[in-house]
Design a protein around this ligand. Sequence first.
Ligand code: PLP
Length: 495
Amino acid sequence: MDPEEYRKAGYAAIDYIIDYFKTMDERKVVADVEPGYLRKLLPTEMPAEPEKFDDVHRDFESKIVPGLTNWQSPNFLAFFPSNVSYPSMLGELYSSAFSAPGFNWICSPAMTELETIVLDWLAKQMALPKCFLSDGEGMGIIQGSASESVITCMVAARDRYLRDAVAAKYETEEEKEEAIASARGKLVAFASDQTHSSTQKAALIAGVRYIAIPTSAEEEYALTGARLEAALAEAEAKGLMPFFLTASMGTTAVVAIDRFGEIAEVTKSRPQLWKHIDAAYAGAALVCPEHQHMLDGVEDNYDSFDMNMHKWLLVNFDASCMYVRRRRDLADALSVMPPYLRNSVSDQGLVVDFRDYQLPLGRRFRALKVWFVMRTYGSSGLQEHIRRTSKIGELFTERVRARADLFAIVAKPRLGLTVFQVVAPGSSAGTEATNAVSKKVAARIEKEGQLYLTSSTVHGAFAMRVVTGSPWATEGAMEEAYAYIEKVAEEERSE
Ligand code: PLP
């Protein structure tokens, strides 16, 4: 492709993207294709000879686009949102052009410096404790995903624990090595039974044990200090070594918020236990002062915090914003310095090299899209987006509440998420009959494909989740979605 062909195709791509969004509400939210559909449409080998981009684009339109799930559709009410916005896409475009894997500061100084600046801006806007800002011992860094953040922190936590809580008790290198080797099998990571599976997966990768602490509906599915204390004491009595805890600000199934103050109190006597906050979805709402009470109890007593701008804050995947209280903890665990990565600026300790604070070496220029979004929306625009889309979610909650004869709400609705069941005639929430009718409703909605929503099992109750958050969501579409769900629920219940 020569520059002029690129210019033409590039302009056409922008037109195509604008039209895609303009026609979003006419598009089916879920792809209408069978598993394996694409294999039947594409050749088994790559083309031997160059093809015209126009021909490639024709196939993209006719074969790829129909196989896409339209996450920005107002009828997409599943999982959590995966936002995108025009300035964010422009940031991606420029970033892809520079294609600079800025693992060291010297590899592209603006990449590192802009990332530090925008993450400080975000931390201040979210009212995070000052310990996470880069002007002290803390730092923000953009990771690819919340899952990547939790494994990164867990590796740092494991290293810190083995060094400071295990090896430090011994004199000789040999003794230290022996103590570390025998401690490895005793390390245990904790989280609540509502915590996202990424913590369990991180434990799997890190080769440590994992304990899920039960929660209860009466305590709004939150991890409490008392439950944590009981779980830690039980593990310690067995000779295990609790070294890591994920506390959630907004769990996946029900947006439960763990009791940060109580957790901090219980862990005060265990300073080597790393406390991570997973705020992947809910963290976005912290840009609004009225949601900052979610941080109650979080002071300079948590080691790390992570939120995904790529869920609900107008930046497209990926932009997981991770903060640590002591950046040294990450570098101590993750810095490896082969001769080919050395350079004089790094050697003099004048700069931060992000490779020391993440798992991979290379990294994308994600800060650019974040900066474009922050500049073009301003904090007022980000707040407006959160408030507008939460309100659309609350509209659904109101409708569901108004039909207490038909629906039961399973967990306190929060931040636009409603988790509900369809109550079987003559039955109540959480019964076998209610689970069965709820499953039938969910299956029919999935089959008909008019809406996309996900379901979950919350302590044995099969429940559907409705959440929006897309910049293209509207109240009108939510009213229609509710009317459709109500109709299906009534029909399936009366069968
Ligand atoms: N944490 C929570 C609470 C989530 O809901 C999710 C995904 O939805 C994740 C973590 C994982 O996010 P990611 O896809 O960025 O790894």
